[in-house]
Design a protein around this ligand. Structure first.
Ligand SMILES: C[S@@+](CC[C@H](N)C(=O)[O-])C[C@H]1O[C@@H](n2cnc3c(N)ncnc32)[C@H](O)[C@@H]1O
Length: 593
């Protein structure tokens, strides 16, 4: 029987010195679900601290710029375009260069060159090819724009071909798979803006010199692959240094922190639990003959039959949604953008609380200056950020700067300290000048109370700008939860809590009650059925492991956050899930008024 791409991949890993998987005594195995999603499962118990897999970093594909080429056009590109371009070159030309195989920072003296499984068996060691990994590779060679990703994957002659062949041919991210309607359904303006930027990135990749060798679709695919599978080594100046695709370790699915307290309970101090079970670390060569490796070790005892889950980081849902194509359940690290920067934060306040003439011009200017400098004092990350920004290309720096400038509210109710500091200054000035007469009830009795009211008012404003009311979304999601049995997000519990709380709030305000419509059923009907999974590890006792895996998947589906993996869940509902979490965060602040 012909070997599957995943089986060839496993043999390739073994041939190249990867430890932990594919051998008869391996404690872990790869599996593939019915929907095609892969992951890693334990076959035997793994003790906390035990290394489950170890990969030589010569197998990693990096976007690193070679020494001496820091001023080249390639070095000025955002990291994702560099790495995506490298990937496409490897797929189309099959001649990876030293920079792809042995990244300078991790180059290991005396490390064995990369092995092709077939060549290893028949011809012995393979010499590394010519430098297709460097930037110029993008500028030469025939156009492959008309060829599909699958054709590129299958046809590559690269020593990395067994890895390239198992990269997903479609990453379910908004950039690649969303229809116009899906994009409209996001409702949250900052994400629409981020999506526009991601789309522009794909356009600019295709338009760079040599970029038109690949089609827009191929660039989108490569960008979505690198965004969903890249590991970033810590940079020498802080921030992220070398980014790399690391075969096998990029098969680990995500689980992170999870809010375990019921929806609405103590929003400012949610009970949390971490569901990741493994961590990764880079290891320097042990001696002159050694090489850089990446290790994955158990973060806690892992029983047999459990999926190994890695935290992709304490990120807001925006990153998961945009780059990974899923939204983690009950993520305490989600955030909502309140303002794009401190300037608009202050302007909003002034518009709302200080009508023209309320303060003499000089005093007003002094209050504004004081607010800016109070906010600046709160910007603890500014120094470190300046160093990181100086070390990355201008376009990338612009995106990072915009992100750092954004004033956010976190899912736990924490507001950016810059806003609080600025509003305290403004409040004190306005109160001293008798501004309360102008400002109305929102000025409150103390600056703390005022800040809470002001943030609540801003959140309400953002909610009013989102077309669908929260309760309507929750009704659809609760219906979906009942249909699928996927209870990780606790939508039904959220619906119960928020319908009471929102109605009470609206009644108290004398406003209209939110009226859920009955449109939820259509979307819920389109949901995928939870599927079984298949083990792929050639070295494992397949029947036993299959049983363990089936048990693990069942446990994951019945015991809410137990696995946290949520693989294959909720894809058609993704925009609705994403926007609902934003609305929950906003409503928590409104209800705290
Ligand atoms: C680094 S890859 C992990 C391996 C991937 N499952 C595969 O089959 O190639 C990241 C991708 O896996 C999927 N994924 C990872 N963790 C997930 C989770 N908790 N829920 C849903 N999908 C997840 C997403 O499609 C994501 O873009």
């Amino acid at each position: 029987m012909r070997e599957s791409p995943l089986q060839s991949f496993l043999r390739w890993l073994l041939a190249n010195g990867v430890q932990g998987v594919g051998a008869s005594d391996s404690k872990i195995a790869l599996f593939e679900g019915k929907g095609g999603e892969r992951g890693v499962v334990s076959l035997q118990p793994i003790a906390a601290g035990e290394v489950a897999m170890r990969i030589p970093l010569r197998l990693a594909i990096t976007g690193q710029v070679e020494e001496g080429r820091e001023a080249s056009a390639e070095a000025q590109q955002p990291w994702s375009i560099r790495l995506a371009g490298r990937l496409l070159c490897m797929l189309s030309e099959g001649a990876p260069g030293p920079s792809a195989g042995t990244p300078g920072a991790y180059a290991a003296a005396g490390s064995a060159p990369l092995q092709c499984q077939a060549e290893k068996e028949e011809e012995g060691d393979v010499e590394e090819g010519a430098a297709a990994g460097d930037g110029e590779a993008l500028l030469c060679g025939p156009s492959v724009a008309g060829r599909s990703i699958a054709a590129l994957q299958a046809g590559s002659a690269s020593p990395w071909q067994p890895y390239l062949a198992v990269l997903p041919d479609c990453v379910p991210s908004p950039l690649t798979t969303f229809s116009w309607e899906d994009v409209q359904a996001i409702e949250y303006p900052p994400m629409r803006k981020t999506l526009d930027h991601a789309s522009w990135l794909a356009t600019s990749a295709a338009q760079q010199p040599g970029g038109s060798r690949f089609s827009r679709e191929q660039w989108e695919w490569a960008l979505s692959v690198v965004h969903s599978r890249t590991f970033g080594a810590p940079g020498p100046q802080g921030g992220v240094g070398v980014r790399m695709l690391v075969p096998l370790i990029d098969m680990l699915n995500h689980a992170g922190d999870y809010v375990t307290s019921p929806p609405g309970a103590a929003a400012d101090q949610p009970a949390l639990q971490a569901f990741d079970s493994v961590r990764w670390e880079l290891r320097a060569p042990a001696g002159p003959e050694g090489e850089w490796t990446m290790e994955v070790a158990a973060a806690r005892d892992i029983p047999a039959g459990q999926e190994l889950l890695l935290s992709y980081g304490e990120r807001a849902n925006d990153d998961f949604f945009l780059h990974y194509g899923f939204v983690p359940p009950r993520n305490p690290h989600d955030q909502v953008a309140l303002f794009t920067d401190i300037e608009s934060t202050i302007d909003w306040w002034l518009d709302r609380h200080l009508p023209p003439g309320a303060l003499p011009p000089q005093r007003l200017q002094a209050a504004i200056n004081a607010a800016y400098s109070a906010a600046e004092d709160e910007d603890g990350a500014a120094m470190a950020a300046a160093q990181v920004l100086a070390a990355v290309p201008a376009e990338e720096a612009e995106v990072i700067r915009a992100e750092l400038d954004t004033i956010k509210l976190s899912a736990g109710g924490m507001v950016d300290g810059r806003l609080l500091a600025a509003y305290r200054c403004l409040y004190e000035e306005a109160a001293a000048a008798g501004g309360r007469q102008h400002a109305g009830s929102e000025l409150g009795g103390s600056w703390g109370e005022h800040a809470r009211l002001a943030v609540g008012a801003r959140c309400r404003q953002i909610l009013d700008g989102m077309p669908t009311p929260l309760l309507e979304d929750l009704q659809r999601l609760a219906e979906w939860e009942r249909q699928t049995g996927d209870v990780q997000h606790c939508w039904e519990a959220a619906q119960r809590h928020y319908s009471g709380a929102v109605d009470a709030y609206e009644a108290q305000r004398g406003g209209l009650h939110e009226q859920p419509s009955s449109s939820g059923g259509e979307a819920a009907a389109a949901l995928p059925a939870a599927g079984g999974a298949q083990l792929l590890d050639a070295g494992a006792d397949a029947e036993f492991a299959q049983l363990l895996l089936a048990q693990a998947r069942q446990a994951q589906q019945t015991a809410a956050p137990a696995g946290g993996g949520a693989i294959g869940g909720g894809q058609p509902m993704l925009p609705l899930i994403f926007r609902s979490y934003k609305k929950l965060c906003l409503w928590d602040a409104v209800l705290a008024e």
